[in-house]
Structure formats: structure tokens, C-alpha cells
Design a binder for this molecule. Sequence first.
Ligand SMILES: [Zn+2]
Length: 500
Amino acid sequence: MAQNPDVDIQQYEFHLSVTDTNNEIKGKAVIDFDFVNTTDVLQLDFVAVDAKGKGMKVDSVVQEHNKLKFAQDKETLSIYTSSDAQVAVYYHGIPKDGLIISKNIYGNRTFFGDNWPNRAHHWLPVIDHPTDKAKVSFYVTVPKKYEVIATGTLQEIFESGSTKKYLYKSPVELSTKVMVIGVAQFAVEDLGTVANVPLTSWVYPENEKAGFYDYAIAEPILNFFTQHISEFPFTKLANVQSTTRYGGMENAGNIFYSEKSVDGKRSYEFIIAHEIAHQWFGDSASEIDWPQLWLSEGFATYFTNLYAEYAYGKEKLDERLQKERAEVIAFSKYAKTPIIDSSRTELIELLNPNSYQKGGWVLHMLRRKVGDAIFWKAIKKYYQTYAYSNATSHDLQAVFEEVSGTDLELFFKQWLTQYGEPKLKLDYTYKNKKATITIHQLQQSNFEFPLQLRITYANKDAEVIEVQVTKKEQVFEVEVPETPTTIVLDPNTNLLFEKG
Ligand SMILES: [Zn+2]
């Protein structure tokens, strides 16, 4: 739901038990919170039992030894209290979504949290908005044969009879979209401490050999990001094979990848890089609201490209950028929306090339505009300022303006709030050692940008010049030694544009 203006959650302590008998879970959520405004109701996001019997039934709510009155409707739990002393919510039910209880590719039973964007409230009573961050601990009781991975650091495993109880605790505040548990039979590899972070791989026992090989690629990725952004935000990094509906889901400190992520060929290298990049951008420094999702996905997309450039060179960067540019152009043919898009009612629709590829391209153009040294300095500053918190695109702009000393108002405005991208056509004439080059912007709204041109001559000599395009149709006179054979737009893959 939307932000709840009355409440600020401080801490969740979830006690959950799952069994092999049926798909019902039993839960107790102990919640520390503050009322920010005077109110007599604590309203949480929580899905009630539907006509098919799926959803959560609240059995009781207790505050300071008193049972409180409460009401459940479709997606809300209203607890009637004017005190912000700790409450405990006791509940049970079969999750309709959010905690996926199913069989994996090998026919074995598994339980995986899959909360993005606001599906945590299918199995946890929470405030399901990315701005209400809270500390979290998970006490998870499972049949003995399973292992449990969860957000935070493993504190203890209690054994009793046929069950085990795991306790994980996160010392830092998180959005509900990235707090999860995973319960399955796993083979676990300890890769030791990498860049000060305990690094582990969790795969299905059938995939042990291939999976340990595939997930070990996390080591150089983690090193690269840690060196370029900051210390890793969380107390551990576990890469986990799971049943997530996504290719990968960037849960904080324990990333869940799809079952297909393991093939012994490291095919998921760049997806692993994407999800690891999210630990800083998305999980720690999060978007303030869903329409600003590019602050998660655009960053994860571009930081994957930065890793690709570091690991495989500039050709790899250009190859990825060109592919992503084509995806942005194709998308803009039918979705006439800008990156910051408040028009979507289905949040899943925001998982589109505007948030990912175009967002990544904005960061690439920003890097080219301010230069590498200032880019990295501003990225570090932005991260440090908004770590464990939330940011807007305007916050990002302000940091880049401060660090670069450049006015970036137009840059951010046109790329984030204007639909589409430049569609460019070039023509030229030659006379008396002068080329007269005309750049036509064929799209509807005007863009301003630096544009590189590669001018090639009959003897195969070439030079690259840069011009500032500010108008829909603009003429540049360039001194040249002879008549050019070709003039190529954007030879270094620096501009998001379509050839007209
Ligand atoms: Zn992502």
C-alpha cells in the first residue's frame, strides 16, 4: 500500500514455523514501532484469508499482556491501540504468495520468500513500503532435514526432537522487499571472507559441483564493487539457488537466483553482478517510492556494465550498451512514458527497459558528462549519504552537482522526465576545406547533448570531433583537409539515440 504516515516501524521479530505435513505456516510477529501522529489504530499491510482459503488469519494481538481488538480486511490488519508499546501478532495460514512453498526442479520441497515489490504482506504483517525500513530477526522452525538461510547473521541453531530452529538477525534497517527466508536442502560452500564479507554459496545438493563453480564468480564481483563504491552494506553475502519468479532477486545479504542460474558455465555471471550491485543500490540506498525504481534497476544495470568493462574491457561495455540502447528504443516505440513514471498501477510493469536499460544509459551519459574521476567520487558520496535510507532522483542530482560543480538540471530533467530519446539524422556538404554538417532531431521534444562525430577521409584517416547539440536542427561548420567519405554519429557509444 502507500506509505503509512502515522507509523514508523523500528523492528520486526518474526517467529515462523513450517512443516512437511501441509502448507500452513504459523507465525508470531513482535513489532516495535513509533506513532508519528496521534492515532488510535496501528494499520499494517497483511493479506487476509480469501474465498479459496489462502491468506493469513490473525488469532490474537497482544500489547503489554493485554489482548487488543483488531480487524482484518482484504489487505489490511487494523490493530486498535493508541499506545506505541511493542505488539505481538499471532497468526497462521497458507500463503497465497510471498512465501513460495513448492517443489524444486528435483521434486524436493522448498520454501522461499519472494517479496518484491510489496508481496511480503502475504506472509508477514508489515508496512510494505520501501521507505519504512526496520531491523529484522527471523526465528524459523523447520523439520530437521532442512537448512535455513535468512536475512541477517546466523546467531544460533536450536535443535529439539524432529525440528531445528534457526535465528538470524539483521543489525541494519531494511525494506520488506529484501527481507526473506529460504528453507530447503542445500549444499553450502564457504568461500571465506572476501572484501571483509563472509561469502557463501547455497545450491541444491544435486547441483553442488556446477553451482559452487558458478557462484564463486561472486568473489571478483564483490571485490570490484567494494573497491569502487564502499564497504559491503550487510553482514554476509550468500548466493542462493531458489524458486524465485525472477532471474535473480536482490534480497539483502542473501541473493536468491532462479533454479536455472546453475549450469557449470557461469552463464549467470552478469545476473550475479546485477544482484550484487543492488546490495548498495536498491537494498541499502533505496528509491523513495516505486516511480523512482531506476535508482535501483538503472544502477544495477549500469554497475553490471562497469563490472563487465573492468573484467572484459571497453568492447564488452560498448557491446552491452549498444544492445541495451536497442532495447530502450524498441520499448519507447510503444510505451510513451518517461523513466520516472507515476502512471503505473501494477508495480510489476515498472520492471521495464525504462527502469533498467534507460536508467543505466542515464548513468553512462552522466559518467561521460562529468568524467570518470568525478563520477566515482559522486557515486561514493551519493551512496554514503543515502546508505540504509531512501533517495530521490533529485537527491542524486544534487550530489552530482555538488561534486562536479556543474548545473545538471536540464540533463536530469530531459532524460528522466521526458519521454523518448533523440532520433538523429545527419547530412553534410563540402566546399573549400569546410564541411557543413547539419544535425536534425526528428523526435517530438527537443534534447540537448554533446555529440561525437567520426569523420573519415579517402586515405582512411579519421578524426573524432565533438559538438554541442541544443536545437532541433543545427548546423556546424568544421574545417577539414578534404571531402569526407563518411561521417559517423556517436562512434564511441556515448549517447542514447536512434538513427533517423
Ligand atoms: Zn534488479
